[in-house]
Write a protein that binds this ligand. Structure first.
Ligand SMILES: Cc1cc2nc3c(=O)[nH]c(=O)nc-3n(C[C@H](O)[C@H](O)[C@H](O)COP(=O)(O)O)c2cc1C
Length: 407
């Protein structure tokens, strides 16, 4: 009898030890995975795909679609493929320094958020969530004047962060001046004026989905809660000239950045008006079809105005590889639009943070592979233009040789 009890007890102990060990193994494994696996999805395309599956069709189309035959929108992304990266080996660099400055303010990565409205269609209080993510990651947040929350509410969410306010040229310049005063008081560090909006823009899906039905239900913090159609049509000038930009530069001590420049000629005019920066942008292909991609005109703009102002770019930037290519072509920083909406749709602030971590890690990896220890080290020699194969004579090798190897 005692023997049987002993056998049963031993068996029970063995079973207990077995299952205890299995549970411990499982816990350790999931801990290790949590440490080494990235939260969220793996590429920006996957976030877009998630948004496609989860957002109502009219919202996803509003976010994603481009004007006309959508050729500009598609080209923005595809044109980055014109450039290859120049791999470098045995460069003996540690963790690259990703920080840089924009208009004299330090940012953790050469990346910022383009102004994008309707963020609350992607996630409740989306503009506040994206402001928080921008603050956490130390990047520049360009806040659209037609955001759902007011510029003061957004500033309160990211009080220490770098914020620029994006406006349009107004019919009544006293309205523009009042917005600028508010931005100054709320600690915004620059005014971005978008100059590429056309009244007659045609996005097929917006008409098909009767998007105006939804736009009249929106409300805007900077315009006493007015709906978009009313707030936009009452305020934004249908016709304007560079004289308005000159007047804007005289209205404030804040630096002015012009968004929507797509040629060297316009960049030169912007510089003559006294602006401090231009964003090479075709509005993500939302205004016109058959335009070149932003990346295709970047270098001509940089060449024309590099001594006079800072040049930034948006349109189709989706990876660290894209960022390094733009910087190699002379951009001071890149901005992203739609990916912020897709990140919001995935998980609000956390989703946007995941997108920023992804881009940050990707840029760091690409800088290591191309031998760039810092953002200032990203020079044209980092890329090869498929259409113009480069000779190897312009490669600067000395910087990678350790002092010992010089001896
Ligand atoms: C849904 C949506 C709303 C936008 N709203 C604005 C805006 O209010 N002001 C502006 O200057 N640009 C606006 N843009 C354009 C972006 O600032 C930016 O130029 C463009 O999205 C960059 O391209 P990407 O989306 O490929 O990154 C908007 C873009 C999208 C997709």
């Amino acid at each position: 009898m005692e023997l049987i009890t002993a056998i049963v007890l031993t068996l029970m102990l063995a079973v207990l030890i077995h299952f205890g060990f299995q549970a411990w193994k499982k816990r350790m494994l999931s801990k290790m995975m949590a440490r080494h696996m990235k939260p969220g999805l793996f590429t920006l395309n996957e976030y877009e795909e998630y948004a496609r599956k989860h957002l109502p069709r009219h919202i996803f189309s509003y976010f994603t679609d481009g004007a006309g035959d959508q050729s500009t929108m598609r080209r923005n992304k595809a044109a980055f493929n014109r450039y290859y990266l120049q791999q470098r080996v045995l460069t003996d660099i540690g963790t690259p320094d990703l920080s840089t400055t924009v208009l004299g303010n330090k940012v953790a990565i050469p990346l910022g958020f383009s102004p994008v409205l309707r963020k609350n269609w992607a996630w409740k209080k989306g503009d506040l969530c994206s402001a928080e993510a921008a603050g956490k990651h130390g990047i520049c947040d360009v806040v659209p004047v037609y955001s759902e929350s007011s510029m003061e509410e957004i500033a309160a969410c990211n009080p220490q962060g770098l914020r620029w306010l994006q406006i349009y040229i107004c019919k009544d310049e006293s309205i523009m001046a009042a917005l600028v005063r508010r931005a100054e008081a709320a600690g915004y560090k620059a005014i971005v004026v978008s100059i590429d909006c056309h009244w007659k823009r045609f996005v097929y899906s917006d008409w098909k989905n009767m998007i105006f039905k939804y736009l009249i239900k929106t409300s805007h913090g900077n315009f006493n809660g007015e709906n978009f159609i009313k707030a936009y049509s009452q305020n934004v000038a249908e016709r304007a000239s560079w004289k308005s930009i000159t007047r804007l530069t005289q209205m404030t001590k804040l630096p002015i950045v012009v968004k929507g420049v797509m040629s060297a000629d316009d960049a030169v005019l912007a510089a003559q008006c006294g602006v401090k920066g231009v964003i090479v942008s075709n509005h993500g292909g939302r205004m016109m079809e058959s335009l070149p991609a932003s990346i295709e005109v970047l270098n001509e703009v940089v060449t024309a105005v590099r001594d006079k102002l800072e040049v930034y770019i948006d349109g189709g930037v989706r990876s660290g590889t894209d960022i390094i290519k733009a910087l190699a072509l002379g951009a001071k920083a890149c901005f992203i639009g739609r990916p912020v909406l897709y990140g919001l749709c995935f998980k609000g602030e956390e989703g946007v943070s995941q997108i920023l971590s992804l881009l940050r890690e990707d840029l760091e990896r690409v800088m290591l592979c191309t031998g760039c220890a810092s953002v200032t080290g990203i020079t044209p020699s980092v890329i090869r233009d498929r259409h113009a194969p480069r000779s190897s004579s312009n490669v600067d090798c000395k910087c990678f040789l350790s002092p010992a190897s010089h001896e």
